[in-house]
Design a protein around this ligand. Structure first.
Ligand code: NAP
Length: 287
């Protein structure tokens, strides 16, 4: 199959590496010539260009740009596409993307690979990024079932776990497990930096080890992604932040009241609940 990828960064580049290895012909488009050159050198693409005309031969096109650029990119792409071409995207929010893109191209299937890391750009592309991780597809009433099937088959070939849901449900769910953690993790780093004793702050930074590495990882990631989450999933993120603040207040109350039994009960609960989220899956690469 001829697969086009627009936006050769972490996600687009990683898709290219895996899909090319599976025998597809990969046509990559990015804004910068340097990105295209690196993509060719790293074996991410068979051909790369800064010009969307390269995608005239594509059967399926993955839009892997930042969320704000997805709909404008589709608009620019349409004149160059074959009428049967399927477009899909990888944006981390779905409702805003589907609302803008579905009216432009009926053969559009919204998607979101729940995999990533704190790096960005073509240099960050890695093979095997999607294997074992959820990949959500968000077809709507007007999405042609045959196009959904084609995208599903490609995603399954990456060894990703395919899920289907409505775009709004997707956004509501990722507010809890992806967007809220970024804000919580950022506020953790922020709070540590408020230590006023410079010697203690120095010790804090020297002592930071695996626990801090795990809990600060998503807060120390690409700021553009964090802003995108807040901007395009504002209501659901706000709702989860309010709930988180309440939960934090309850924990603080238990500590202030020296209610160690209550605190232990609470922590026992969260200890057993954690497996309901991650199961046996390796959480190392999730965002
Ligand atoms: P990235 O590493 O920054 O890659 C995006 C690429 O798109 C860049 O390399 C850039 O290459 C190109 N680009 C940037 N701005 C553009 C624009 N205005 N128009 C066209 N191309 C542009 O970002 P990413 O992490 O791969 O994220 C890409 C998409 O995946 C986003 O929609 C994001 O929501 C989604 N996503 C990210 C993660 C994650 O953990 N990072 C996980 C799941 C989904 P040039 O400069 O060469 O154009």
């Amino acid at each position: 199959m001829n697969i086009g990828i627009v936006g050769l960064g972490l996600i687009g580049g990683s898709l290219g590496l895996d899909l090319r290895r599976l025998g597809h012909q990969i046509l990559g488009v990015s804004r910068q010539e340097l990105t295209c050159q690196l993509a060719r050198e790293r074996g991410v693409v068979d051909e790369a260009s800064i010009n969307l005309t390269l995608l005239a031969a594509a059967d399926v096109v993955f839009i892997c740009t930042p969320v704000a650029a997805i709909a404008p990119t589709v608009q620019q792409l349409i004149p160059h596409l074959s009428p049967e071409a399927i477009i899909t995207d990888v944006g981390s929010v779905k409702a805003v993307v589907i609302d803008a893109v579905a009216p432009l191209w009926h053969n559009f299937v919204g998607g979101h690979p729940m995999a990533g890391n704190e790096y960005s750009g073509i240099e960050a592309a890695v093979s095997g990024l999607f294997a074992g991780n959820p990949y959500v597809l968000t077809p709507v009433d007007t999405t042609p079932p045959a196009s959904v099937k084609t995208v599903e088959q490609i995603v399954r070939s990456l060894a990703a776990k395919v899920y289907f849901c409505h775009p709004q449900e997707h956004d509501q769910a990722v507010a809890w497990i992806s967007h809220l953690p970024v804000m919580v993790s950022a506020s953790l780093i922020d709070a540590c930096m408020t230590e006023t004793d410079p010697e203690v702050l120095d010790l804090v930074q020297q002592f930071a080890s695996s626990g801090f590495r795990d809990t600060s990882r998503v807060g120390g990631g690409n700021p553009e992604l964090g802003v995108m989450m807040a901007r395009y999933n504002r209501e659901f993120l706000r709702r989860s932040l309010l709930s988180y603040r309440q939960s934090l207040d309850q924990l603080m109350e238990l500590v202030e009241q020296e209610n160690w039994q209550g605190l232990e009960k609470r922590l026992q609960q969260t200890q057993s609940q954690r497996s309901q989220f991650l199961g046996m899956r390796d959480e190392g690469l999730m965002i």
